[in-house]
Design a binder for this molecule. Structure first.
Ligand SMILES: [Cu+2]
Length: 198
């Protein structure tokens, strides 16, 4: 019975474990007919408890997608992009009128042609989707559009980075909410954020 208990042991269900042992003890002292039924009930209830415990744990662990805020310390912020098409920081706060460094790193491993990233800061109020769609076709200029209307939205941008590369933007911004995005084709829906300057 100890062997059976070891096989089905599940840490989150420690309370149920006692119950299981009790049931096993009863089963040991049962006649053959009841032994089978008892074992089935014990295993079913234990498996159920295990399942619930593990599931609850899994669900609790998946609550991690809240926006991440980085407040510029010494006017320097590091933002990372990865192979899952995400910026690790989507909300940045910096002080108005002070030189700020935004260091962008591609921490992914996929080749640049498939999963390149850049970080483009747009003027407050810019239409991110319009810019993103326009930029997607500007492969010749590393996804920085030549169209004047789109180009005039840009405050600053990094180059497109391959795996392990980094680039730094140095800007002094006036107060406002500046959208930023990755303009590599198809990325801006996932890779965007806001720089709040105040
Ligand atoms: Cu990207």
């Amino acid at each position: 019975m100890i062997k059976v208990a070891n096989i089905f042991f599940c840490p989150p269900a420690s309370k149920i474990t006692l119950n299981f042992f009790e049931q096993c003890y009863v089963i040991l002292h049962m006649k053959n007919t009841f032994k089978v039924i008892g074992l089935a009930v014990a295993l079913t209830s234990f498996t159920y408890a295990c399942d619930c415990g593990c599931k609850a744990k899994k669900e609790a662990g998946s609550e991690e997608k809240a926006p991440v805020t980085a407040t510029a310390v010494a006017n320097e912020v590091v933002v990372k992009g990865d192979d899952t098409m995400k910026f690790d920081v989507t909300e940045i706060e910096v002080k108005a009128g002070e030189p700020t460094k935004i260091i962008f790193k591609n921490v992914g491993a996929l080749p640049k042609v498939a999963m390149g990233h850049n970080l483009v800061i747009l003027k407050p109020g810019s239409d991110v989707a319009k810019f993103g769609m326009g930029a997607a076709s500007a492969a010749a200029t590393e996804y920085i559009p030549e169209d004047e209307a789109l180009k005039s939205m840009i405050v600053a941008n990094t180059k497109v980075l391959g795996p392990g590369e980094e680039d730094t933007i140095e800007v002094t911004l006036e107060a406002g909410e500046y959208p930023f995005l990755c303009s590599f084709p198809g990325h801006f829906a996932m890779m965007k954020g806001t720089i709040t300057v105040k």
